[in-house]
Design a protein around this ligand. Structure first.
Ligand SMILES: [Zn+2]
Length: 485
């Protein structure tokens, strides 16, 4: 079994040193005879990469001075686009352990070439302040391409006016939280006013839909009863409260006449609301995240505090909810699979909540695992087609978030963000061969058939088998077009 024994990487400083004078000259590359997979087609052809873009797709392309890559017997997929990640993000007195370097390296090894991260409006500050902070975090470290959504935490007239200015800064989506009371949660007037503004300026609003007020009460009840274990995190956030918040957000968006993107949907209750809204013709879109298809709330009950690794919000649900998610992915109710990669180390970060589940940092890693486990669980296990995998992990995210025409597909004129996918190779996922800075993977021991073999970001070969070739600073901020789906 050709398992991937991947190199452990040095810190960015070491790479910067060794590569400072060796910025590789980009040249033409031909990928010969791969099976090209897009959201709509599967066909065999050559792909010519010229500098940063795909300059031709065709049979027996004849080009001199091109590096030839043999793609026969492999898939060529558009690079994955992950529109939900939290790199270098402060949370509950700590911060996520992957920054824009380690997170990007992990993403690249997993076949993801673009992501959209969340810039949080600072207390008392504006949306530009948020973007300035996050640009600074990413600029010198990035090895894949990236964009930002802005998280709106407090809305006054000035901030409302700033939403209108976001598209000029290449940012065409905002997010608001209906949970995390007293920290990130916004009220219904904020949601409604923001939706109205988004409608007028072509910005796509996103919500984290859980009823944070009721959850706050339930958490206090559990703690008062002396219930401190990780499982009570899940038990204090029932699916009905996700369903309620989803329905409320949808109603507000429909009345405001705004589109809406609902992040990390986990259960029958919320998916039913999404489906009903779409049946009414409303422009409501949904995302689920990889981990919800592979684990349930019972994983939070693992002994010795190990369940803390599975603490995220919304929480893991039941088997029936997993089936509801797979079905919604298959029939098109859900448009996107992201990771919500929000990595906290078990040792030293998750452990902050050893005596109180409400203090466990919320979030799980998955930026590297996404494409492999979705290919395994979706395609190999016959839940949806290979074309649907591409749609869910690249094409739909590009279309909804203003990257269409440049990213998310394979065609002449598109950025050469490509993954040569060895669908016959097996890998056993393990902390030992993954690249995030986190000290665990939820998928420890999971076997997948189908792994990225080579990965290009705008024509630059960043992953070649087990070797990382990318360079910090080469990943670029991607200004996005206004929402017009
Ligand atoms: Zn998130």
């Amino acid at each position: 079994m050709p398992s991937r024994q991947l190199n452990l990487l040095g810190q960015p400083s070491a790479l910067v040193k060794s590569n400072l004078y060796f910025r590789k000259e980009k040249m033409k590359t031909i990928i010969r005879n791969p099976t090209i997979v897009t959201a709509s087609d599967t066909f065999i052809a050559d792909v010519l990469i010229d500098n940063e873009t795909i300059s031709a797709v065709g049979v027996e392309l004849d080009v001199r001075d091109a590096t030839i890559v043999d793609g026969e017997g492999k898939y060529l997929l558009p690079g994955g686009i992950d529109v939900h990640t939290h790199l270098d993000m402060p949370f509950g007195g700590t911060k996520t352990c992957d920054d824009f370097y380690t997170g990007h390296v992990a993403a690249a090894f997993g076949g993801t070439t673009t992501h959209i991260d969340f810039a949080i409006q600072p207390k008392g500050g504006g949306l530009k302040d948020a973007l300035n902070i996050w640009h600074e975090k990413a600029r010198d470290k990035a090895v894949i391409d990236y964009g930002f959504h802005v998280i709106v935490t407090e809305l006054n007239d000035q901030v409302l006016a700033e939403i209108a200015e976001l598209p000029a800064q290449g940012v065409t989506s905002i997010k608001m939280f209906m949970a995390y009371k007293g920290i990130l949660q916004v009220d219904d007037d904020t949601l409604f006013k923001a939706f109205e503004m988004c409608r007028d300026v072509g910005v796509l609003p996103m919500v984290h839909a859980e009823n944070g007020c009721a959850i706050d009460v339930l958490v206090k009840h559990e703690l008062a009863k002396g219930h401190s274990d990780p499982i009570y995190h899940a038990l204090s956030r029932p699916a009905k409260l996700e369903g309620e918040a989803t329905g409320r957000a949808i109603a507000l968006a429909e009345v405001a006449g705004s589109p809406l993107f609902i992040v990390h949907m986990t259960c029958e209750e919320s998916l039913g609301q999404l489906r009903a809204a779409q049946d009414r013709g409303a422009k409501i879109y949904g995302e689920s995240c990889t981990h919800y298809m592979f684990f349930t709330l019972h994983d939070l009950d693992r002994p010795d505090f190990e369940g803390a690794k599975w603490v995220c919000s919304p929480p893991f649900r039941e088997k029936k909810d997993q089936e509801a998610i797979w079905k919604a992915l298959r029939n098109g109710t859900l448009s996107v699979v992201s990771t919500d990669h929000c990595a906290f180390k078990f040792d030293g970060q998750k452990s902050l909540g050893r005596d109180d589940f409400s203090k466990i940092p919320n979030g799980v890693p998955g930026i590297e695992e996404r494409m492999m486990v979705m290919h395994q669980g979706g395609v190999n296990d016959n839940r949806f087609s290979l074309n649907q995998l591409v749609a869910l992990t690249a094409t739909n995210p590009a279309r909804l978030f203003g990257l269409e025409g440049r990213k998310g597909s394979i065609a002449a004129g598109y950025d050469a963000d490509l993954v040569l996918w060895d669908f016959k190779a097996h890998a056993t996922l393990s902390k030992e061969n993954l690249h995030s800075a986190v000290d665990y993977t939820l998928y420890e021991g999971h076997v997948v058939k189908g792994v990225p073999q080579k990965v290009w970001v705008r024509g630059e070969l960043v992953v070649d088998g087990e070797t990382f070739l990318g360079q910090p600073g080469n990943g670029k901020f991607q200004p996005r077009k206004v929402f017009e789906v």
